[in-house]
Write a protein that binds this ligand. Sequence first.
Ligand code: AMP
Length: 172
Amino acid sequence: MVDLASRIRKIPDFPKPGILFYDISTILVDPLSFREAIRRIAQLAREFRPQVLAAIESRGFLFAAPLALELGIGFVMVRKVGKLPGTVVSHSYDLEYGSDTLQLADGLVAPGSRALVVDDLIATGGTARATVELLAKVGAEPVGAVFLIELVGLGGMSRLGVPARSVLQFPG
Ligand code: AMP
């Protein structure tokens, strides 16, 4: 039995003082842990009956790709500005200081399809919330969100506007 919670490396004061960084590199490097992480995210994801996954750059990609294969559905990449070719749809959202923008290729998600947001970790929920908004803008139906790690103390899950589930919970 793999103890996923203890496999995650916790690095204090990264990327800035006062932040405890939850590093999933120690999951990815260990095949049994990675396999178990995907198995457990898939268990949660199936409940949403998704037709497509929306993966958040960049660590969300690492989990969404094997998850999509496991579920037998596709995934789309939600990226920072300027990374996607062709026509894109954008959504800007506020950060603690300033704002950020996420983009998704236009016409990639079939209108009305049940889309599930995937990321490695939810903190304040700002990034996942913006992804939910983006999915709605392209005509998909955002049905929920799944994460490997939830920082419970930051209350991000309640800000998404869709139901959300996490495999592991930490105080944050
Ligand atoms: P938020 O928008 O506040 O929910 O932040 C979520 C995004 O930032 C995710 O893509 C995470 O990968 C990353 N992130 C935020 N806080 C942490 C943390 N303490 N450790 C690792 N990644 C984090």
